[in-house]
Ligand binder design. Structure first.
Ligand code: ARG
Length: 402
């Protein structure tokens, strides 16, 4: 009996060709695994295609809840955004898919897992490092990196073996999507000077065509996790789906980023991530109300570190876990509601409240009821300014013209 390999199968051209190629090249029986992470697809057609293409087994796994609760929300709580722009949809899904492959490989006693990534991107790193961390004994195969076929040769290979070539192979764009966002690469987008044509956007309306009346919504958080939308309790998946729709309608969530890949390449990336953009902004806003300045600053540093770990494929590492424990603790009081205004591509926070608010009206007000003791300020300023004053006296610091 042939050895088995568990392949992350998308139903696209490369992973379909990979099913046949793994059999031809390594005599491996392929178990195709497709994770449903909210990428609206016809999953029964994908399963059928895998089997027709030669997979000995094809599994579809609904991983939406796991994806949101165990990957997306921890990253949201950490305010993880890569290079100040990318909300990490693809990067967060890869460790989850790797874990599914590993679990199934063990169940099926397969000797290897496989993915369809090329050798130029981040995803190969994420799949392989995640697999190594979870199952160091498993081999990882990367057919599309190994076979060295051009796009046309891959299409020819598919046709030779009667593998249906999806019409999307005709599209110049490379797309990946899940609940947390969609990425679009290739084609004219490879010129960073060219504005993305309207056709690449499918989740968001053009801001110019967005409704003339602003949309308002209230998002309720409990310990940094969004739990209500306009007062209604909602599970994470439904909340994200609903936000993607509403915010997308208002043209919110388009991102155009010149990105630094882990493998050293700069790449032009277009994203649509309406729910992620709104939730990350709302979550940060609630933190400004419920955390001290020192906590917020420290969180900013953790956020960057956390985003880099996610981006760089290091999800299943002790450091990522340790940071997650810190984040969990830091979210104790990040509970409350945020009011968001959506209008023609812009998302603005227009209100925030919390039972743990650190905002004190009687301290802040310039009106009646002021409880701030202004007579304490001169003494505070005297001591606060002492180093600057001493330095001016002793070192004759002159104002610079810059
Ligand atoms: N640049 C993004 C990332 O590295 C998106 C990658 C999209 N992946 C893909 N196979 N199309 O996470």
């Amino acid at each position: 009996m042939a050895d088995k390999v568990v392949l992350a199968y998308s139903g696209g051209l490369d992973t379909s060709v990979a099913i046949r190629w793994l059999k031809e090249t390594y005599n491996l029986d392929v178990i195709a695994v497709t994770a449903d992470v909210g990428n609206e697809r016809d999953f029964s057609a994908i399963r059928e295609k895998a089997v027709n293409t030669g997979a000995v087994k094809a599994l579809i796994i609904d991983a939406k809840d796991t994806f949101v609760n165990d990957y997306v929300f921890p990253a949201l709580r950490a305010n993880a955004i890569y290079e100040g722009a990318y909300t990490l949809a693809t990067a967060l899904s890869r460790p989850l898919i790797a874990k599914l492959l590993v679990d199934i490989a063990r169940e099926e006693k397969a000797s290897a897992v496989a993915h369809g990534c090329t050798g130029k991107g981040n995803d190969q790193v994420r799949f392989e490092v995640s697999t190594a961390a979870l199952a160091p004994e498993l081999k990882v195969l990367a057919p599309a990196r190994e076979w060295g076929m051009t796009r046309q040769e891959t299409i020819d290979y598919a046709q030779r073996y009667g593998i249906p070539v999806p019409i999307t192979a005709a599209s110049p764009y490379s797309i990946d999507e899940n609940l947390w966002g969609k990425s679009i690469e290739c084609g004219v987008l490879e010129d960073p000077w060219v504005e993305p044509p309207e056709e690449v956007f499918t989740w968001t309306r053009s801001p110019a065509a967005a409704p003339d009346a602003p949309g308002y919504m209230e998002i309720g958080f409990e310990r940094g996790i969004p739990v209500t939308l306009d007062g209604q309790k909602m599970d994470g998946v439904s909340l994200i789906q609903s936000l993607n729709e509403t915010a997308g309608k208002h043209g919110v969530g388009r991102i155009d980023h010149l990105e630094s890949r882990l493998v050293g390449i700069k790449s032009r990336e277009i994203y649509e991530a309406p729910a992620a953009v709104v939730l990350l902004q709302a979550h940060s806003a609630l933190e400004t109300l419920t955390l001290t300045r020192d906590q917020s600053r420290f969180n900013d540093r953790v956020a960057q570190e956390y985003a880099d770990l996610v981006y760089n494929g290091l999800w299943f590492t002790a450091l990522r876990q340790d940071l997650a424990s810190y984040v969990q603790s830091a979210q104790r009081f990040v509970t409350g509601e945020v009011r968001v205004k959506l209008f023609k591509g812009a998302c603005r926070i227009v209100g925030r409240r919390s039972p743990y608010s650190l905002y004190s009206h009687s301290l802040a007000t310039y009106d009646e009821g002021d409880e701030f003791d202004q007579s304490a300020s001169p003494g505070f300023i005297h001591i606060w300014g002492l180093p600057a004053k001493t330095q001016a006296q002793r070192q004759n610091i002159k104002p610079l013209n810059t």
